[in-house]
Ligand binder design. Sequence first.
Ligand code: B3K
Ligand code: ZN
Length: 867
Amino acid sequence: MSESRVVSDKPTVIHRHDYQPPDWLVPSIALNFLLDPQKTRVKARLHVKRNGEHTHPLRLEGNDQSLISFSIDGVDALSQVEKADHGLTVPLSGDSHFIETEVEISPESNSQLMGLYASSGLLCTQCEAEGFRRITYFPDRPDILSRYTVRMEADASAFPVLLSNGNLALSGKTENGRHFALWNDPFPKPCYLFALVAGNLAARRDEFITASGRKVALAIWVREADLDKTAHAMEALKKAMAWDEKVYGREYDLDQFNIVAVDDFNFGAMENKSLNIFNSRYILADPDTATDADYDAIAGVVAHEYFHNWSGDRVTCRDWFQLSLKEGFTVFRDQSFSADLGSPAVKRIEDVRSLRAAQFPEDAGPLAHPIRPESYIEISNFYTATVYNKGAEIIRMLHRLLGAEQFRKGSDLYFDRHDGEAATCEDFVQAMEDASGVDLKLFRRWYNQAGTPKLKIAFKWDDKTKMAHLHLEQIVPPTPSQPEKQPMVLPVAVALIGKETGRNLIGEQLLVLSEASQDYEFGPLEEEPLLSSNRGFSAPVIIEDQCEAANLAFLSAHDDDPFARYEAMQQLMLNLLVARVHKEQSNASTVVEAVRQTLIDPKLDSAFIAEAVILPSENMIGEQLETVDPKAIAEARDDLRSILGQELEDLWRDAYKRSSRGDYSYTPEAVGARRLRNVALSYLAAGDFKDAPTIAWQQFEKADNMTDRRGALDVLVNGVAPEREQALTAFYERYKDNALVIDKWFSAQALSTRPDTIDIVKKLAVHPDFTLKNPNRARSLIGGFAHNARAFHDLSGEGYRFVTDMIIALDKINSQTAARMIAPFGRWKRYDSTRSELMRQSLEKILETPNLSKDVFEQASKSLLSD
Ligand code: B3K
Ligand code: ZN
């Protein structure tokens, strides 16, 4: 069966410009499932209607299923259909027909986790992007919207709960201990939003009354034993529902909203209409097993999927090139929600950090693509940081350019105009333009052009005229198949901070750069200013500025924009680290002093301090260099951490003690305190103080929550103290029955800075608890290791070989997850010749593997391209 995903000679490339409206529409579909883990029978009755005047046959896609019967308008037509290229071609004479198919599928042998599959005794579905064709023959594309009626029948004791989209119309017993449920979804939807779940599940129930008074029954379905870990997700759901009403005027539209948590899931979660299916790691939380970061991520993902009900389900995408229409917008919505819930400054810092960690490298490498790609081989490869996170930045820029009020008018118009439709990115921008009257012609370039713009800043002060001069120049770098670029529209928020007084001299101004370069003047001013630029990270660009260390240090202490303040500190640290990598003469004292000032500033909260004093990541330092030298980067970073640890010992000890008070609670203050405490602990360890392992071990042992326990483990796992083994063993023993926590045990070791990490990880890969079949587990060990720059890039090539072999093995099981692990190899051109050659060989080895999936083929072949 699995050969259906295998690349034949040349995989087909799909181009955005080839889009054609569907030949046939499917206004309604009735599905009947006889569920069984080994052999599930699926009957489908499609009402198909000719769309426009043409003589084209009906094309139905279908993968990994056996066709049992096929009829047209009740008459057997099995012999009339042509079976080719994973689908059926059906000649039809009239304009309206009923097509009936019966197929057999095997959920238990579906290791791809696309379509209908089994997970820990449950049967569940994942259809986005093209999984529905693994359930039944269908014109699987998002611009075909159908009304669904779904009958499910299964063994009543193994599968007591039967869920699908919409409203439950009927349920009851059938024969031989089986039962059934009939679901109707009144909202026409694309097949990628279809879902069903069957299993032995218990529900946490609650309700939400919408602004117009509709009572919505809410349920989160999990294993009975996990019910007490669902309170946080339920609270987040209710907050998200209220927030979408308040901020976007969007109400929920059905009487029930169900969420199901499953253990085996390729992604974070899925927004199926009224039946969201989640990776259990984004639902289950209690203080003992989930970190604060997990709690935040759960709220963010629950909100994200809920927000899709409007930005995705009510208005969906016309074709998969428009993916950012729903994903970029929805990420922006979930980011704004989380910012409103907690600290907007810290949330912005976290979002920019992940943009820089995941999206900037993508935009600078061989897999770079615009947020609306031009072509693909396998659409699953385009659920990227570019489409999601850069997509969200584009929406955020619109929000800033238009202002909150006009942006809201634009979103109202977009939802009104396209409700019940499959829309395009252009429709979104047009609605924003129409509602606000702001000309967005040039802004649209963000949808076409890949690559992170570089923004060069030259800022001068004229003491005679008391005027400040700013010269901005943008360069959009060439990316694959886009050698020439046009200037982008960059909203750059700036302020001028008095060099003496630290006062903001002009407030915040938004400069909108739309030319290759532009000049600005400010003044006359009463004192010499420093430039506070790209405040709030208003444009997703790389700033090139020659700002002196002393001025950066001043801004890191005085800028009134918290993001700019953080940024000044990052830049200061980065400059020093790069100098140290280059073995240039450098002095750490400015950084040490800036960190000291931040640690003692009484106006700052712990969460912000914790963010501000962390050094830029090894990968971020690498991005600044002509040739990445992972060893020199690791050494420079370790050295600076050790200097900071030693020089500021008293402050770290003090911060550690100060943030240790009180019992566990999940409030912004308590979360900030725990964060700072773990950062302080890691600096004490970096300072190599004798008592650091003891402090870490005590924290580990006494912890009443996972943030503290994991924080201590992360510190111990890097060292050689006997407490390391002690903690790893205790952690394993305590949590061995909890898969989500054991994932942390694997990833903590995969991320260790110890020089023998590769040997440890290889042993872990044959640990009885390791399996490639569960995506969370595979990602925790292999994904974690591939992002551990010093271990992955070890000059021996062992790290590369290990990940290569794992990708090849995983491709046979779950090609989508395997393909997501290739990106680190795509950076091969950025490394010295030895590493570069080894990385290239890895890609070649992957490509030489027989029966490679098209997912992995696309990523590996594009990564290998030399320009
Ligand atoms: N829309 C889903 C995407 C899952 C598809 C993965 N191939 C998750 C989300 O963005 O909400
Ligand atoms: Zn999404």
